[in-house]
Write a protein that binds this ligand. Structure first.
Ligand code: V0D
Length: 252
């Protein structure tokens, strides 16, 4: 990576990030894991600004998975302070810079102080449109799909769904946030090569970039390098290269 410069006409429309490596980053420095999480919030601030400057339309950040509830209660309690910490400085910035805040995930288990902070930010930025910034909180991809099936079955019971009309687009209407577009680029920091139950439906055609950089160390240049790497790839959606290049390539 590091060669050439970003083509602004080919910026990925939707970037999703698994922000991993915060606890390890802290432990390597003899700090508490929660110090890593606070450092991680600083990185969120920087990367949100960088993504917006680059013209990314949708940025989705995996902040807390439905599995993260299994962590020690003290760590969970510390983590739940971070949305407030983030918005203290970033809500004015988001309002000013046209960033619209959104949330995906299961609201039922989140403490009320987190929900009220989040709802305030969602409401205050509702009219914005330069970038959609979505936080995945208490989120799991399978859970989102099962919830969609529940809603679908309700419609079926009510006679509002003709099974013959069910295709991928119709199904996607039942997801928590049907307007969330397919992910173009998934970035995972911290070196693990897993999808970890993140946006399963929306990741269908995503390019995946795993970096060993720990989230607190990830910076604007690393985001630019990731986008450059993405732009160097050819996206085929199951076609052959000649078709993608517009040379036809006859069907077989
Ligand atoms: C810790 C690295 C921002 C990942 C980043 C509740 C793990 C720092 C938020 C945040 C977390 C969430 C919602 C929101 C605004 C900000 C956040 C959590 C953890 C878990 F509306 N960073 N951050 N939330 N970390």
């Amino acid at each position: 990576m590091g060669e050439g410069s970003i083509r602004s006409e080919a910026i990925p429309r939707h970037i999703a990030v698994i922000m991993d490596g915060n606890g390890r980053w802290a432990e390597e420095r003899g700090l508490a894991r929660t110090d890593g999480h606070h450092a991680g919030v600083d990185t969120v601030r920087k990367i949100v600004r960088a993504a917006r400057d680059l013209g990314v339309s949708w940025l989705t950040l995996f902040a807390f998975s439905s599995e993260n509830w299994n962590r020690p209660k003290l760590e969970v309690d510390e983590l739940m302070k971070l949305p407030e910490e983030f918005f203290e400085s970033e809500l004015p910035d988001a309002i000013e810079n046209g960033i619209r805040i959104r949330m995906i995930g299961n609201r039922d288990r989140l403490p009320s102080h987190v929900l009220s902070t989040l709802d305030e930010a969602i409401e205050a930025t509702r009219g914005n449109s330069s970038m959609r910034l979505t936080f995945a909180l208490s989120y799991g991809g399978r859970g989102e799909i099962v919830a969609a099936v529940h809603r679908l079955l309700q419609d079926y019971d009510l006679g509002k769904l003709d099974p013959d009309s069910l295709d991928e687009d119709r199904f996607a209407e039942y997801l928590d946030h049907p307007e969330l577009p397919d992910v173009d680029l998934l970035i995972r920091t911290g070196g693990e090569r897993r999808v970890s139950n993140f946006l399963l439906w929306q990741l269908a055609y995503a390019e995946i970039l795993v970096t060993d950089i720990m989230w607190p160390d990830f910076d604007r240049e690393d985001l630019e390098a990731a986008i450059l790497d993405y732009q160097s790839r050819e996206r085929r959606y199951g076609k052959i290269s000649a078709q993608v290049r517009g040379e036809g390539g006859s069907a077989s």
